[in-house]
Design a protein around this ligand. Structure first.
Ligand code: MG
Length: 203
């Protein structure tokens, strides 16, 4: 399986990092070794001094597809979940300055914690979905999918022009504003609406 991540999909987050507003979705990938499941702990990597959380809705692809039309894209996922796109912001800033790829900042082991997946049909409208992150019981980030610049369907249509999708692939759909640093001993609780679907500790 592969993990596809959308960058700069929420206007206020693009602005907080001084990034231009994209005209097309921006995507990058993480390898399967980045996946962190079952609420296992995240180990703070020794190569960064500024690992930051980005809370994101995650789609789980359910069938093979390429060149998917936007109007059919909803058929390619039944389940959604919540995840953290951990980012070594210091390394990313160096790479961005040099115009180099971001992998060392985004693709490292454990950089993609994901929680339990649930049927998208549980929610009346997945394009108007609240999600949030608490660290040590304090609200740190919240968003609503209504604020995405590119919808889930648009993302699937766009990405599948370049990369075939397969069952089990995950798509991180971008983070709202409010990203911030993490530290050892932090306790994460991550929610879609009011349901906690992911929790883990930083070690
Ligand atoms: Mg992200």
């Amino acid at each position: 399986m592969k993990i596809i991540c959308i960058g700069r999909n929420y206007r206020e987050h693009a602005e907080e990092l001084n990034n231009p507003i994209p005209e097309k979705p921006v995507f990058f990938m993480k390898p399967d070794t980045a996946l962190l499941q079952k609420n296992n702990p995240f180990f703070y990597p020794g190569f960064s001094k500024d690992v930051q959380y980005e809370t994101e809705i995650v789609l789980k692809i359910n069938r093979n597809g390429k060149h998917i039309e936007e109007r059919f894209a909803h058929k390619y996922f039944d389940e959604i979940g919540i995840g953290i796109d951990f980012t070594a912001r210091d390394l990313q800033a160096e790479q961005k300055k040099k115009g180099l790829p971001w992998e060392i900042a985004k693709a490292f082991d454990g950089a993609a914690p994901v929680g339990k997946f649930v049927s998208k049909n549980r929610f009346p409208d997945i394009n108007n979905l609240r999600f949030s992150l608490k660290i040590n019981d304090e609200l740190r980030q919240q968003g609503n999918t209504a604020d995405m610049m590119f919808s889930f369907d648009r993302i699937i249509a766009y990405v599948s022009q370049f990369v075939s999708l397969k069952p089990g692939d995950l798509i991180f759909t971008g983070t709202p504003s409010g990203v911030g640093p993490t530290k050892i001993n932090d306790h994460y609780e991550v929610f879609i609406e009011d349901e906690m679907l992911l929790s883990f500790n930083v070690k």
